[in-house]
Design a protein around this ligand. Sequence first.
Ligand SMILES: Cc1ncc(COP(=O)(O)O)c(C=O)c1O
Length: 395
Amino acid sequence: MKVEFYGHVRQYHNIKSEIDQNIQTVLESGQYVMGPMLKKFEAELAAYHGTRFAVGLGNGTDAIWLALMGLGIGPGDEVITNANTFFATAEAIWIAGATAVLVDCCPDTKCICPEKIEAAITPKTKAIIPVHLYGQCADMTAIKKIADKHKLRVIEDNAQAIGAAGLNFKIAQLSDAATTSFIIQKNLGTFGDSGALVTNNAELDARIRKLRNHGSTQRNVHSYGFNSRLDDLHAGVLSAKLKHIDAWNDNRRKWAARYTAGLKSCKTIDLPVELPGYRHVFHLYVVETKKPEWRDQLVDFLVASGIDAKTHYSIAIHKQPDYPWGRPARVAGPVPNAEANAACCVSLPMFPELKPEEVDYVVEKVKEWDAKFASQAPEGKGLARAGQTCGCGNK
Ligand SMILES: Cc1ncc(COP(=O)(O)O)c(C=O)c1O
């Protein structure tokens, strides 16, 4: 059996008529950039988040640095984020000209550790960018408290968790803005690149709208800006897909539960953790091998068995070759949990259109691999989960 990592074409086939209809509507409208479909999708996206505003942008990276720029954060300012995130979060901080300050994650959730955030704050700190990694929200209640105490801005990097929620908080409720990416592999993805920012801040919304469109809100009148627009064809695809996002996330949760039930007896891996009261939307289902040397062995075994397994993200940002490329950056203290996560992470196939027999085949193969090494597995949790205490109570 072959199990793919993504199911983009299956998803397209399932709602083909809805997507095709919206694409045709745009094609027949004659308005392809900043047209009515973009306006419609922005209204739908804001309503979905319960925010006043949503701005469609070129991609999720632009959404982060435009948010920083819109909040007046740039050279000389420090911005705190995860050491274990997709590279673009730090990259966006550098594009804005600010200093990326990388801090450790909590060992169980892999989301940024509030205690480590507080320890990393200096007089230059201006903002925190928590990443809702793998589809689970960072502890926004604790982060908001820290931000208020130190008068910091908060931008949620929500590229991976649209539709998720925390214990008593929603995304974009406790921050200045939340950004997202609609690159095809995201939970809400179009057939290409795009992104968005949602906010309740009218001033920020107006600034971003201008910045994304060559510094213009009126024909022939410009200020310094960029071209980072979400075009109407992609807005049409996203508008069709947004109607299904909750059901798709429910499916992801269903497959995650099936993986967890099937793999819970494994001795060589630790399984993902969903915090009580949170809605994890499993952008990725990431297990961690208890020994780092097992990560690539497990991936290779699965790939040889026809299962497309991957790693997210096997090289932490500060361990990338030639880091930080002359850009301002600082690793705040040791980051053992982030480094162990990089060393041990293995992502299993995860998309809403998986079939039960595919999930069961993945479980069977992981168990087959586990049986080979179980006798060498350490007692209790593995490197990425054990020993690195996290005092913030989030684990
Ligand atoms: C956590 C995170 N932040 C930012 C991005 C950047 O988004 P984009 O690729 O749309 O620029 C991504 C995904 O690509 C991501 O996973």
